[in-house]
Design a protein. Structure first.
Length: 453
């Protein structure tokens, strides 16, 4: 069946462009209006445009997003040039970052830059219309009713998927027309949009590409800078955390404990919780106390702390807090069988919303949701905080037994997640569970021996 329509399955947009470029006597001009522009798509199409003298591409940007940004800043958006170019820059960089790393993508970006530099490719963005139309014009220099000319219109953007070159191809529906009136109407529409659009200059392109891995050599990061960036991306704020814990005189200054404080605090603030799961004797109570000290330094001296523990270790917690000078009128200690007093606010305990930081010892005792204490602890951790310091509150737990401890930052809607952590091999540092791994600190004696004190 002969039809003007094609769907990228039986016949692709790339096939159509190839056929036009091969058969059209004077393919001098290529004009395009697209919702978004992909360097990978341009590179694939570029080989069909070798004989084309003029390439003009009009690209849509996310106008709705710019309107929202302007309204949030209390301004009116009137097609601001700088905002529009910045939006296009963000879209282009997102395309580069999300593209598969390949020589084809790199060559596409380089070819794009060369064509803009030579003036062969002219690129504009429209500052006031959220362009959703997609159409492509293939024209001779002097287009008339007696000459050849094509317009292709449909759902395909100028991308590898839109051209139908991916496997499997994505379904698109396009129509190719060559009647003079249809082609001329679309060319007039293009010229109207083009006249109102903002040019993307060579300086703009160099500025954008300069933020990618294809920047000129003088702007490329050094191997040392790449290594430092890797450390920052992997360890986050831990790299630059300069907090120094105030240790009592009778406590050893152990490197693995200091590292655990920095790492645990960062996990706690980033994920809403952290498990301390070191084996017996490595000082989980001390680490939890130092994390509390770190939290107070960020949140303020009036930080309210609730420590929950089994009755047998009450004096241990009170003495440790006293040693670290964080036992004060804002620190409350309660056994894990008396949580109802916190819920009720009785016996001099404040109600749950009072506390900024909650520490739970022997957290494995709360691992079953059928347990009444589990429900009480959950209600304490999920309650809305009544007082707010400089940073969000946190709930934490530490455990004096191997592989059973939890630390979690507490917000108004975060429950205290207490879970049994399986034993690990002697050299294992992190919890191996995919769910708990980002939230846990798990060291054995063997792993700590490699850390210099």
């Amino acid at each position: 069946m002969s039809t003007k329509f094609f769907n990228n399955i039986e016949s692709t947009l790339m096939d159509k462009f190839h056929g036009i470029a091969s058969a059209m006597a004077n393919f001098d001009i290529f004009h395009a209006v697209v919702g978004y522009f992909r360097s990978s798509g341009y590179f694939k199409l570029r080989q069909e445009l070798d004989a084309t003298q003029e390439i003009k591409i009009l690209v849509g940007i996310n106008i709705d997003n710019l309107f929202r940004q302007s309204q949030a800043a209390g301004k009116l958006f009137f097609g601001d040039k700088e905002m529009s170019l910045e939006q296009y820059c963000e879209d282009f960089l997102r395309d580069v970052y999300q593209s598969e790393y390949s020589s084809e993508v790199d060559e596409g970006i380089r070819q794009f830059c060369e064509d803009v530099s030579s003036g062969r490719l002219q690129l504009r963005i429209h500052p006031t219309k959220d362009l959703h139309a997609k159409f492509y014009l293939c024209l001779p220099k002097n287009h008339s009713e007696h000459s050849d000319g094509w317009v292709i219109m449909g759902s395909s953007n100028l991308s590898a998927q839109g051209l139908g070159t991916t496997e499997p191809p994505r379904y698109e529906l396009n129509v190719a027309m060559k009647d003079y009136d249809d082609v001329q109407y679309c060319e007039e529409q293009f010229q109207q949009l083009w006249d109102d659009a903002i040019p993307v200059t060579l300086d703009d392109v160099n500025h954008i590409v300069g933020k990618t891995h294809l920047a000129p050599e003088e702007h490329q990061p050094t191997p040392y800078e790449l290594y430092m960036r890797m450390l920052i991306d992997h360890f986050g704020n831990q790299v630059e955390d300069d907090f120094i814990p105030q240790l009592p005189d009778n406590y050893d200054n152990l490197t693995y404990q200091r590292d655990a404080v920095v790492q645990g605090y960062d996990i706690m603030m980033q994920h809403g919780g952290c498990f301390i799961a070191d084996v017996v004797g490595l000082g989980k109570t001390v680490v939890a106390a130092m994390i509390a000290q770190r939290f107070i330094a960020a949140n303020g001296d009036n930080t309210r702390i609730l420590v929950i523990f089994p009755p047998a270790v009450k004096s241990n917690w009170e003495d440790t807090f006293a040693d670290f000078h964080i036992k004060n009128k804002f620190s409350h200690f309660i056994t894990n069988g008396s949580l109802d007093k916190v819920i009720e606010g009785s016996d001099n305990f404040s109600q749950p919303g009072y506390y900024d930081l909650i520490i739970v010892d022997e957290a494995h005792n709360f691992r079953h949701d059928s347990n009444d204490n589990y429900d009480l602890l959950q209600r304490i951790c999920k309650s809305a905080r009544l007082n707010k310091g400089n940073v969000k509150g946190a709930s934490a737990s530490s455990c004096s037994r191997p592989h059973r401890s939890t630390i979690r930052p507490r917000t108004s809607r975060t429950s205290c997640c207490c879970s049994r952590i399986p034993p690990a091999a002697p050299s294992t540092v992190w919890v191996t569970s995919p769910t708990l791994s980002p939230l846990g600190l798990r060291r054995s004696r063997a792993s700590c021996r490699n850390v210099a004190s």
